[in-house]
Ligand binder design. Structure first.
Ligand SMILES: *Cc1c(COP(=O)(O)O)cnc(C)c1O
Length: 366
């Protein structure tokens, strides 16, 4: 028997009655785009995040992209992004016609290092885009004060961090806007694609609402050249069911993270450092080792599935060859790409399966 990296089916099975009821309610309601199920989920998710508004969109990439557009970011502008993130963070900036400017993370928390941000700011800089990587909140206070000092916007990529808290407050209402993904494997995952932006700025919220729906506020009247990026109504209804269970499912992740921390504390792996002001959502449990390849093989032979988030940093991807970066330009991101390994983690990972992972990790000898 193998230990999967993440299983999605048990999530459906646990909530089957409620989810099936939500789907058939939408189908029988006869309205299949936007409508009251999207409105209800947006209200519920905004409240959960401590934000005044949530706008449902088609996916996480669009959430970042449309939020940047709503901030009037476009050609000639620069946006500060982490050098070690999923490529979607960079792509959203590029899709606006703006330039992603990479800044290295802190080598212990893996999140944007506030001390390195100011050196990257110039007259073209319009926004800072921190990512709450692996579900761990980035250090928001210094980032937000740097932004205020230089007149910049803050857009957070919280695609991996539903329910995480920064100084005891849930993410979602700190920066000017916060982008979310409901990709199935995320902590709050749909049964397909989905995304949202949360914000306390009613003007930004209105602009994103217009942008997601062809640039129109009322039917067939188009204010701007918008997009079709609406959160699907059936997905919204199912997300409403799952949101009620998110805290409990995050608690299960936290318990597993604590067990990993304890079991691996004296082993030869580098574990991520969690600052005292952070309560991560434990989207991923990531260890580091300079022997990743052999370790991954060793675990694989024991039937344990692991993944690498992410093996190639955006600046070395072919998609960004036009920016002219080379190996050595962002050494922390590159070292992470070579060394990180994500262990099985999720609300339906049993402690007995986790014990097998731990046993195999402790038995690993070079
Ligand atoms: C998943 C993810 C995204 C993109 O979300 P999609 O819904 O897949 O478009 C963006 N940023 C980060 C950090 C992610 O993990």
């Amino acid at each position: 028997m193998s230990v999967p990296f993440l299983e999605l089916l048990p999530g459906y099975q646990e909530l089957k009655a409620e989810i099936d009821e939500a789907i058939s309610r939408v189908l029988l309601g006869g309205g299949y785009v936007l409508g009251s199920d999207v409105d209800k989920f947006e209200r519920h998710f905004a409240d959960f995040c401590g934000a005044s508004q949530a706008i449902g969109v088609a996916n996480g990439l669009d959430a970042i992209h449309l939020a940047l557009r709503a901030m009037d970011i476009g050609p000639g502008d620069e946006v500060i992004v982490p050098s070690n993130t999923y490529i979607a963070t960079w792509l959203a900036v590029s899709h606006c016609g703006a330039l992603p400017i990479p800044v290295e993370p802190d080598n212990h928390t893996y999140n944007l290092d506030p001390d390195k941000i100011e050196a990257a700011i110039n007259s073209k800089t319009k926004a800072i885009l921190p990512v709450h990587l692996y579900g761990q909140p980035a250090e928001l206070d210094p980032i937000i004060s740097i932004a205020h000092k230089h007149g910049l916007r803050v857009l957070e990529d919280a695609a991996q961090a539903h329910g995480a808290t920064y100084k005891d407050e849930r993410l979602g209402g700190h920066g000017d806007a916060v982008a979310w993904s409901f990709y199935p494997g995320k902590n709050l995952g749909a049964f397909g694609d989905g995304g949202a932006v949360t914000t306390n700025d009613p003007d930004l919220a209105e602009r994103i609402r217009v942008l997601r729906n062809y640039g129109s506020e009322s039917k067939y009247v188009n204010k701007v050249k918008g997009f079709n990026s609406r959160l699907d109504t059936i997905q919204a209804a199912m997300l409403g069911v799952k949101l009620k269970h998110l805290d409990e499912w995050n608690e299960r992740r936290k318990l597993l993270a604590k067990r990993y921390n304890k079991a691996l504390a004296s082993a030869d792996y580098i574990l991520s450092v969690v600052p005292e002001w952070a309560e991560p959502a434990w989207h991923l449990y990531v260890i580091r080792t300079s022997h990743r390849k052999v370790l991954q093989c060793h675990l694989n032979k024991a039937g344990i599935c692991t993944l690498v988030h992410y093996p190639i940093p955006p600046h070395l991807q072919q998609a960004y060859a036009d920016l002219g970066y080379k190996r050595g330009d962002f050494p922390i991101a590159e070292e992470m790409a070579d060394e990180v390994l994500s262990l099985p983690m999720g609300p339906h990972l049993s402690t007995s399966d986790q014990d097998r992972v731990i046993k195999s990790l402790l038995a690993f000898k070079l």
